[in-house]
Ligand binder design. Structure first.
Ligand SMILES: [Zn+2]
Length: 881
């Protein structure tokens, strides 16, 4: 048992400052975590749960004036997220003032250098440390309990120096995961399944992808974090803890691997390197071997939680502490090491090679403690320099784009899918980017724009973020710079080798989202007003007719249709173009017969979804199909799939009714009586069919759909169902359902990159390489699955196949209908592509008739991480197909 405190509400209201609802405690002794938990932090086989962490932080708050606990919002499952603020008693008295100083320096505007110097001299280094975002990486969240206690209770010179000069914002980044992992692990301790993987995602929707959402802010947890970072605390340093280090190193610390994001102020990179070096020094000063740098982890991708902050003047770093499994200890022999590491040669960025031995959770906790304290100590030491540097980065950025291009980005009001363009604007505002609206017509680069046009002038402090996510990425060819590869790696090993990024190579948001954004390269004059929210003309358009017409172009139209179907409304889809009210409506237009639906309901739906719904009289002869509320099954494996989670998130956002179906339901059969559509998220055929092998997991979580399940899915299609296969799972459909297509890349594709991709030297680059990138696509907009799509567009290629179709027949599937293909053109828009010729004229998405049903292959990342808003419609259309 551990003490619990009655729930009290503590909250942070950015506009009103901090509100403390608890009286600071007196002189009572501070309870050490081992006394509270009943075990030492990091003890073998013991994990503190999130509930325990919260209760412990609240106890500390009662016992010490040096810590305050705040709530920061809810998680995906409705848990309350908390964080602790730790500082000296004196600092605590003026917390609002220090926060104000951080904010003023971060926003950089309206200050002279002299004023900034004065503020920097007065301020404190706000240091953000977050723990547990990847919940199976257990040590960081455990270490938070010890770190809080050490800082509050110690009175040595170093701790006092930290406490006096910094304000620590200590954040539990994934409460759901911390609880879930402890609850999974504890019953398995001492069984054969002690180190078995978690069969669920540890973030409700994103799992491990939860730290790849930062530029998009789809997840509620990300939004809570962004709000706290960019509107409340404005830290100078962000430190995000991870596990695991590249084996056999014991911790990975900055400096990072190449390539470097080209849109960073050099002070960030210097700041990261400085902190990394201070960490390394601390490790070897304490005799903790095995800290490694400059290897494996690059930060070119700006969507990580620990790279996103850079663009907001926060020196953002991460570490990867060695991990065995949960709280289970492990002994490593030198012969477990890769051959190249057994000689233990020291090098500049790995000067104290780890020699093997026991590795316990407590060791990892101790490494995390050393690292956190080194970060805090550096931030204390460089307090004034970091604070002034924060101002300087903002000042420089705003000044730079006042005199060099791009001068602005324009988001025209005329868009293919206007509500999605508004969504992009909304997310930028959430992140702290300033967006304006033209009050009068203006001209930019010789093009005229009407009043009301959205504009992001680049002479603002956070402009580099806009540039980093708006422009096309040109992933550097690192084979050109072999000398950049130092540390323990010999440059010649990389000759002719391709060095993949750790994550995506291309992510440009306007292309992913199908939003038109225009870069302005000459200085311009316009009368602008800053906006707080993007507003669109929405509601029922004037005009009359017997039906309501909803365009197929907007993602939000599908939400409207789902709401109408849920109310029992009558919705049809035109299969050909028609004229009504002097306008041509393309195939795919939704035709709603008002019936019992009230005008107010339709008007309200349109307004809420930023849609314009028109009245009209479609000709009676127009070919249409009637829509029904689809019965959707979303396949969910015990091998937890992030793609399943993101798809689930997407279906919920756009209000598609669905249920998850697991292996037992698929194996049981009779699928057609329950479902119209089965969606298979991106995963391998082996994962789907075989799942976890017997003996690797508790029996309930073993196995996949098996051959019986494959037969049931084939039967489901023949009986009139639709199977939608997403990205990698298209290969499952090809192999197991007899789809007459072949993956044209199978013999030329190299490694996909990813985990430690850069650490693996390859003898020669494969003929085809495309780490996550944005490519040109041609859409067959007359096909029902591509209704509402432009003829030319972009798609996210991410571990994707590309098809060659064959004529089919007989018992199996019929030859496919092309939905999307790679044109005979230059294909790369953003990222990296080698071996373009293998993709040209290949099929990216196709539909196949099989019996009375259909199989739809969406063979690229149409909804990857729920980011490519421009291609969600392919999935939505396929559901209604
Ligand atoms: Zn991690």
């Amino acid at each position: 048992m551990f003490p619990r405190e009655a729930n009290r509400i503590r909250t942070v209201l950015p506009a009103l400052g901090l509100i403390f609802l608890s009286a600071a405690g007196g002189l009572a002794e501070v309870t050490p975590p081992e006394k509270f938990l009943g075990f030492r932090v990091g003890a073998d086989y013991h994990l503190a749960t999130y509930e325990q962490a919260v209760a412990y932080f609240r106890l500390l708050e009662k016992e010490s004036p040096k810590i305050k606990v705040f709530e920061m919002g809810q998680t995906g499952t409705g848990r309350t997220m908390i964080y602790g603020v730790i500082a000296s008693e004196n600092t605590m008295k003026s917390l609002d003032r220090y926060r104000e100083i951080s904010q003023k320096l971060a926003l950089a505007e309206g200050l002279t250098d002299a004023e900034a110097h004065k503020l920097a001299a007065e301020g404190k280094s706000v240091v953000w440390i977050d723990v547990g975002i990847h919940a199976t990486e257990c040590a960081p969240s455990q270490h938070a309990l010890q770190l809080a206690y050490d800082l509050i209770s110690s009175d040595d010179v170093e701790t006092r120096f930290i406490i006096d000069n910094t304000i620590l914002v200590l954040v539990f980044a994934n409460p759901d995961g911390m609880q879930l992992v402890a609850d999974w692990y504890h019953p398995n301790v001492g069984t054969p399944f002690e180190t078995s993987p978690l069969p669920w995602l540890y973030n409700r929707y994103a799992g491990h992808d939860n730290n790849r959402d930062s530029y998009m802010n789809n997840l509620i947890e990300t939004r809570n974090i962004t709000n706290l970072l960019n509107r409340v605390w404005y830290p100078v340093v962000l430190y995000d803890h991870h596990q695991s280090a590249p084996f056999p190193a014991r911790i990975w610390i900055p400096p990072a691997a190449e390539p470097t994001n080209p849109n960073l102020h050099p002070l960030f990179i210097r700041g990261k390197n400085l902190i990394g070096s201070a960490m390394g020094y601390a490790f070897d000063r304490e005799g903790k071997d095995g800290a490694i740098s400059r290897f494996a982890f690059d930060f070119i991708y700006p969507g990580y939680e620990d790279s996103f902050g850079d663009f907001f003047h926060i020196i953002s770093i991460m570490t990867e502490t060695a991990l065995y499994s949960y709280a289970t200890p492990h002994f490593y022999n030198l012969r477990d090491f890769p051959e190249d590491y057994r000689d233990l040669t020291p090098s500049v960025f790995y000067p104290s090679p780890w020699k093997g031995g026991w590795w316990r959770l407590r060791d990892a906790v101790d490494y995390c403690l050393t690292a956190s304290k080194a970060v805090l100590h550096t931030a204390a030491l460089y307090r004034e320099a970091f604070l002034f540097g924060k101002y300087r980065m903002g000042r420089d950025t705003a000044a730079r784009f006042a005199k060099e291009p791009p001068y602005a980005w324009i988001i025209p009001r005329e868009q293919w899918d206007a509500p999605t363009a508004a969504l992009l604007v909304e997310r930028l505002l959430l992140q702290g980017v300033k967006v304006f609206k033209a009050e009068e017509p203006f001209t930019a680069d010789g093009v005229s724009y009407p009043a009301g046009t959205w504009m992001i002038p680049m002479s603002q402090p956070f402009a580099l973020f806009v540039k980093a996510v708006f422009e096309e990425q040109a992933y550097p060819d690192l084979t050109k710079y072999p000398d950049l590869w130092q540390g323990i790696v010999q440059p010649q090993m990389f000759q002719n080798a391709y060095l993949p990024p750790y994550d995506l190579a291309g992510w440009s948001l306007p292309y992913q989202m199908g939003v038109k954004a225009v870069r302005v390269d000459t200085p311009l004059q316009a009368v602008l007003a800053e906006i707080k929210q993007p507003e669109l003309a929405a509601g029922l358009a004037p005009g009359s007719g017997s039906a309501w017409l909803i365009s197929a172009r907007s993602n939000n139209s599908f939400t409207a249709v789902n709401r109408i179907l849920k109310k029992g409304g009558d919705v049809a889809r035109s299969l050909e173009s028609f004229s009504a009210n002097a306008k041509t409506w393309p195939p795919g237009t939704f035709i709603v017969r008002p019936g019992s639906l009230s005008r107010d309901f339709l008007a309200g739906t349109a307004k809420e979804l930023s849609l314009e719904i028109s009245a009209g009289d479609p000709p009676a002869a127009a070919k249409t199909i009637k829509l029904r509320p689809p019965r959707i099954g979303l396949y969910k494996s015990w091998r937890a799939s992030m793609d399943e989670g993101w798809t689930r998130w997407l279906l919920e956002q756009y209000e598609f009714p669905f249920v998850n179906i697991g292996n037992p339901e698929v194996k049981a059969g009779s699928l057609r009586s329950k479902f119209d559509v089965i969606i298979i998220p991106s995963m391998s055929a082996d994962t789907i069919v075989n799942g976890y092998a017997a003996g690797t997991m508790p029996p309930n979580y073993v196995g996949g759909i098996s051959d019986a399940g494959v037969m049931n899915i084939a039967r489901f299609v023949r009986e009139g169902g639709t199977v939608i296969a997403l990205n990698s799972s298209c290969l499952f459909a090809v192999e197991k359902l007899g789809i007459p297509a072949v993956d044209a890349l199978r013999s030329v594709r190299g490694s996909m990159g990813g985990m430690y991709g850069a650490a693996v030297a390859r003898p020669a680059a494969p003929e085809f390489v495309c780490p996550g990138s944005i490519l040109r696509l041609a859409f067959n907009a007359t096909h029902p699955v591509a209704f509402g799509m432009p003829e030319k567009g972009a798609g996210v290629f991410y571990n994707s196949p590309a098809f060659q179709l064959f004529p089919g027949g007989g018992e199996g599937a019929k030859g496919g209908e092309v939905i999307a293909s790679y044109p005979d053109d230059s294909l790369l828009i953003s990222g990296y592509l080698k071996g373009e010729k293998y993709l040209r004229n290949k099929v990216a998405a196709a539909a196949f008739a099989m019996g009375r049903g259909k199989v739809v292959l969406l063979g690229f990342g149409v909804q990857n991480r729920a980011q490519p808003y421009g291609t969600f419609k392919l999935l939505f259309n396929a559901i209604f197909y």
